[in-house]
Design a protein around this ligand. Structure first.
Ligand code: AG3
Length: 286
């Protein structure tokens, strides 16, 4: 009998990956966590039925959510990561010597435990000495931080379930306050393609652009997320994501990446017309 993992994108569209076996399935206090093994995408992490990452294409998401702000901010030393218990964001951050402190705030300890056991390729740097893990609600954590971080990376699930509040205006306002005057916040911004995702991304954009001085959106091609076309938000107090890109400086670091490069960085901010249209509409609603 064939075993397939399927994620429903709309009432008429389903994406499926044939899996060889289920490696684990646990129900935490917050959500259900499954890991599958597949021939084409390696191991797959699924939360509440939604695909979070696959071993085969997670590098795209994690490189783009980390290296884009890191190539713009000239000296990001203190980084707050919210969500991301799989460790993928932390792994990319630890490649920078200049990063001195990484606070990872993950609401669900079981996500970290499952990923440590079944996804060593993403969780491999969670024990780096610069990393402190807080099993707490990200919402509460940022409420109590002031002027403490150079960069905040919001690697949330989708805007429902435990991830919902990570798309709220209050949360973004608290992130703003938790950042220094030169701070940058990057967040996973959903997809522009299917209607329900597009509505979520417009709502996030509307809220963030009402708070941060500089607010842009960039894109990447992620084969295992809805439509394969995924967006990230770049919100900043001082640095512009394209004008302040330090290509020479970043290239000198010699970080070997599989997806990100500084030419692609520039291109990632060049969005298709229909996406620009959606963003403009969202800003007007503000
Ligand atoms: N963060 C969640 C991306 C959203 C995926 N959405 C979906 N499949 N409907 C991914 C976590 C990687 N660190």
């Amino acid at each position: 009998m064939d075993l397939w993992f399927s994620e429903k994108y709309t009432d008429g569209v389903v994406f499926s990956i044939k899996v060889d076996k289920q490696l684990t399935s646990v129900q935490s206090e917050f959500q259900r966590i499954d890991v599958y093994e597949s021939r084409d995408f390696g191991r797959i992490l699924v939360i509440d039925g939604y695909l979070m990452l696959t071993e085969k294409d997670e590098f795209i998401y994690h490189e783009m959510i980390v290296h884009v702000p890191m190539a713009v901010h000239p000296n990001a030393e203190r980084v707050l990561v919210i969500g991301a218990g799989d460790g993928g964001v932390v792994r990319e951050l630890t490649r920078y010597d200049r990063v001195k402190k990484i606070d990872l705030v993950e609401i669900d300890e079981m996500v970290v435990n499952v990923c440590r056991e079944f996804l060593p390729k993403t969780s491999c740097k969670l024990d780096d000495e610069r990393v402190s893990i807080y099993f707490q609600d990200g919402i509460e954590f940022v409420k109590n931080s002031r002027n403490s971080y150079d960069l905040i990376i919001v690697d949330s699930t989708d805007p429902f379930g435990p991830g919902e509040a990570l798309f709220s205006e209050d949360f973004y306002k608290n992130c703003y306050r938790a950042l220094t005057d030169e701070g940058i916040m990057v967040n996973q911004h959903e997809s522009p393609y299917y209607e329900s995702d597009a509505i979520a991304m417009q709502s996030a954009h509307k809220k963030i652009s009402g708070i941060f001085e500089i607010c842009h959106v960039y894109q990447a091609h992620i084969p295992t997320y809805a439509s394969g076309h995924w967006l990230f938000g770049f919100a900043s107090k001082k640095y512009h994501p394209v004008m302040d890109l330090n290509s020479g400086g970043w290239n000198k670091l010699g970080i070997k990446t599989k997806y990100y490069n500084t030419n692609l960085h520039l291109g990632a901010f060049a969005l298709p017309n229909y996406v620009l249209e959606l963003l403009k509409k969202a800003e007007k609603q503000g």
